[in-house]
Design a protein around this ligand. Sequence first.
Ligand code: ARG
Ligand code: ASP
Length: 711
Amino acid sequence: MKRFHLLTAFMVLFPAFLFAGEGMWIPMLLQYNEKEMQEMGMKITAEDIYSINHSSLKDAIVLFGGGCTGEIVSDYGLLLTNHHCGYDYIQKHSSVEHDYLTNGFWAMNRGEELPCPGLSVIFLREMRDVTERVLEGVNIDTPEAERQAKIDENIKKIVAATEKETKYKVSIKPFFLGNEYYLLLNEVYTDVRLVGCPPSNIGKFGGDTDNWVWPRHTGDFSIFRVYADKDGHPAVYDKDNVPYKPAKHLDISLKGAEEGDFAFVFGYPARTNEYLPAVAVDQEANLIDPIMVDLRGKVLDIYNKYQEQDPKVRIQYASKHAGLGNGWKKWMGVTEGINHFHGVEKKHEYEGRFYDWVMQSRSRYMYANLLKDFKQSYKELEPYELAYTYMAEAGLRIELVSFAGRFVRLLDVTKDTPQEDIDRILYQLKGTSASFFKDYYEPIDREVAAMLLKEYLKAQPADFRPDFLNDIKDVDEYVDKLFAKSMFTDEAKVNELLDDFKPNKVKKLANDPALKIYQSLIGFYRNEVYSHISSLNNDIDRLRRIYMKGQMEMEPEKRFSPDANFTLRVTYGKVEGFKPQDGKTFRHFTTLEGIMQKENPDIYDYVVEPRLKELYNNKDYGRYADKDGTMHVAFTASVHTTGGNSGSPILNAEGQLLGLNFDRCWEGTMSDLIYDPDICRNISVDIRYVLFIIDKFAGAGHLIDEMTIVE
Ligand code: ARG
Ligand code: ASP
């Protein structure tokens, strides 16, 4: 690969340029970053981080629950991730009687660990570059449909051939927007149990108020354990399964980190879009994000009102609230960040330079119309993006409607459908229904429905809406009728249907008003929106792929990193604070003092546990105190991270665990679109605080005994 060789030469000439912290690097190619990482202070090698020849740090890293990262910290499959990553599973085990969200949960022996159906962790066993084989038979002039068909065919062949030689799960993913392809061999473990979590006023201290903001004081961790069959292979839950023995677990450092120390994050970033054109950034930050922020803000106001009134409702809506609130706040930050730092203008400037470069040579003809075409495609996409946004954030946000939607599978049942197929559907729907009603509070949903339908009607033109909206005369009356008539508000009626389902009941089911709304939303999307979105996105994908190639050609000396795509990546930088504004400087760490300063018994997010106060008053920090004598809680670093990196280990120069990544700073939330090394910071909880809570606060020192602690 030419660009990496050029890069090496460049590094020797301009070392200073490179310490920028940007980039999500592919672990199997880390040898190209090794020199820079070592110059920044790293003491280990690229092979220590990723190797297929011997055990390496990668053997301790997992994709947790399909959306976060976790890491193995003992030879008995003990796993750390964030509290907010384990939240759903903690919540599922919680009730008013056993309120693990409020009180925390600690298994004092393996028998007390709680199984978590539906939770899996995935280990990457190996990665291979298959670009040449995937792109065999296509070139830049191949028509798009033909290109995709050829690529799909090649991928199928490679996967089939690889499956023959491996027991692992094989997949192939595009990188650099389809300019490169890598094959992944994964192993999926599905018996994962909850071992411990702190109370929410530690694990979620600061709540949604502090979310996305520094300075931060959240003990955002939870503990699980991976189980396997007796031979260490993945197995479905069985009480006889044994703790999984990893090829490697992470060592834990009690030394902490100083400003300027090298640090890296190893995990599963989900999605970044660093190479978008200006029009796209503008559309996202200034059109779509503000709409989502507005709608979600209104939903959250309603949740808040009811959650404050009733402890049961507070638990029922805790996870939904956190999920909606997280996007709501982040997108606000993105819009603010992009505008404050003139992100769109900077992209325009870059595009100006790109265009000049294209115009310098006839051989660059294929890039000549790119920017114009981008503009056109995004303009055409706009109404469809809006339609999609309202369908998802207004229509389907009505819980009754999306719940009813789960039952469309029954509508296809006829008297010829084999009974075993029907039984399977009914069995699955019973599970869906039980978990829906456990956390459903109708007055919230009613109020949300009325509010959202009004917003939907206001925003979407009459000639471009799902039909049901045009039938509404008075929203409040409509909602009253909907909730009175639909069977899906009533658990008994739903159970009755599921317990005694016959094909002749399909007709009545199809007439349920909530199901009809669902059908209308989906029908509209399918018939009027989807084909446009998908064909425009195909065009856009093609343009982006070519634009990516062009940018790489224009700057051959620059080391590009592929956008995040939920594959394992290494990102690195320094432990450091930042200056978000003139006159405002942030130190890189927070301490327990800050928790005491924020304490407010009247505000849910800032209640401090008596036991934590006691430990604080006695300065009973044991070996977990920093050498300055205080208890460090969280720290920032200039390491490029995104959603999915939550729970990722942040490691020191020796590859030892310093903390768990869990968030980013408000001023830098736009880093998925534009990374600015001066203001983008990731936030991690200090591992010493995690151990202190486990050991001193919870008295679960037996878990620490399993770990390898480096003092
Ligand atoms: N903002 C972080 C992330 O995107 C943490 C979210 C969970 N915390 C919360 N208070 N909702 O996932
Ligand atoms: N909090 C995020 C996560 O859950 C991480 C981030 O977006 O910085 O993955």
